[in-house]
Design a protein around this ligand. Sequence first.
Ligand SMILES: [Zn+2]
Length: 307
Amino acid sequence: MIQDIGEHRIDIVYNEKAALRESDCIIAFQGRNVYMRKRKKGMPSSFLTCEDILPVEYRKEAMERYVKDAVYLLSLDGKKLFLLPAKYLASAYLAEKRDIDMFREKDEEGRAVNFAMITAWHLYCWYEKTKFCGACGIRLRHGKKERAMVCPICGNVIYPRMDPAIIVGIYEEDRILLTKRSPSSGYFSLVSGYSEPGETLEETVRREVMEETGLSISHLVYYKSQPWAASQSVLAGFFARLDGDAHIHIDKSELSDARWVRREDLEGCYSTSGVSLTAEMIAYFHKHPEHFPAYLNENIDNYKIDY
Ligand SMILES: [Zn+2]
């Protein structure tokens, strides 16, 4: 998955004292576009630095403006990454404007950079929408000790927004339920949805499955989670067994397609780019039939989270 970056390390902890230096990495966004270092064919993604885009003769003067406008985001392998306004990178010869969906590409070498980029985009989206206090309308300031925007008048503290959501792989013997939100989606997904206030994640799973497909489930088992910056969410993946009638009553306002697919027919139904939890879960069901009979055994107390 995109967050599986091997030996690379991303440190997301806020550092208010971090001040932009010439050798630090910089990034800028414009809507769903990102400015990164121009890529040569076959090369992994990488970030630009101030040194790359500022000619030596103007650098000292320009850095004063850059430092003022830069927001510290994170560090990748100890290298700091700062957010800058798009105007600073838009005209840089070495910069390239790309769709943020570039993070979905199969780019093993550039995976850590892609994950840092999409995490940066999550923060950028939040900063863009968190400029004024929702309670009193005053312009917010950056928090001093943690990543938050703080109102200097009423003390309102706003933390980065992240919506909890679930994904569930519902199976029955050698079949798994695949869905599509949009008919134009290339690959299939699993049933998914956002958690409501007052709900446990397990309750969200049962509600979403019932709402979108009319199916009942049992033997709900947690699989893995994933930060999914593209929708500013954190996803919790579960597997669950169909309980009862397999007939799907599809909610057309949510899904364009929902169908049972046999394990032997799953090839080509999901992305193999190794980025998303959804694809990993379908692949897990596809490639590891030996892990699923366990759920069907009589002695399943170690597996089930039933309530
Ligand atoms: Zn306020």
